[in-house]
Design a protein around this ligand. Sequence first.
Ligand SMILES: [Zn+2]
Length: 338
Amino acid sequence: MVPIKSTLLHNCHVDLASVRSHNDRTVLSLVRSGALSRADIAAGAGLTPQAVSKIVARLMSAGLLEETGAVRGGGRGKPRTALRLRGEGAFAYGAYVDRDELRVVRLDLTGSPVSSAVVPLAPMFTPADVLDALEPVVEPGEDVLGLGIGIAGPLDFRGGAVSPNGLPGWSSVPLRALAEERLGLPVVVDKDTNAAVLAEAWARPLRDAALVFVGTGLGVGLLLDGEVHRGARSGAGELGHTVIQLDGPLCVCGRRGCVEAVHAAAASGVDAARVVAAAVANLVQLLDLDQIVLSGRRVLESPELYLRAMPDVDVTVTAFGPDLVPVGAGLLVLGELF
Ligand SMILES: [Zn+2]
């Protein structure tokens, strides 16, 4: 994974700060998919056994790896000691600033949620309201790597300023800096759809895929060649504002016939699903995607309707439910280690 912010780990536990080399991350990534012996790690990473011993010792002393029971390697020879991630070795928080609520999860090192919270947000909530909602549920500690926040775009991924659609008064809000100052821990901000596709890619192998998020708006998180694709201005994935019907209904963006506007104006649930399906078919044609994951409130309300309408590619509905975005936001932070 491409490092998001090289300083992300600086404020954390002193031992974690040393876990930054490419080889360290390679070893952690290999072990993430299942317990492995040192010999298996050496073979998988293309490293010498001596190098692996040193890396493993360092990661164990940082509390990120632990030895588990013996495993038999290939059926011959004596059983070898296997290594696995130490779940409680590090934690990350992930948050989703939705239209009417804040969802926060605490992930352990394996990416599994260990706690979660939902805080209602009043209509027309302000940045200060979000910070007030975050503070009681995010507990900084030396084993906490940071907080990832997923929110609607547009936003500046590198600079951490957000101007989310549908939130009047939110214009170039430096959400990352504000949250870092209030909470006292490193913060990463990304589009909700990017966080969502990251969560899906963490859970299973995905390479060229789109996470289609159908809620109040309609957005896409793109995974191209295994990496989240954000585009030149962090603006990739605005499938909802591509035009699907010339002279169609007026959209909030000022144009006519956007997918989002046509979807909202659909006469029935079946028609609405067909609109999304047509847009997804265009996307598949354009990018040669082989996997589509559906998510968002509208899909979760009637998944069969949307599944039936989709084009002939591998289409699934997210298994994360409403915690998809907060989990992905936490993985933005945790992913720095892998
Ligand atoms: Zn539009």
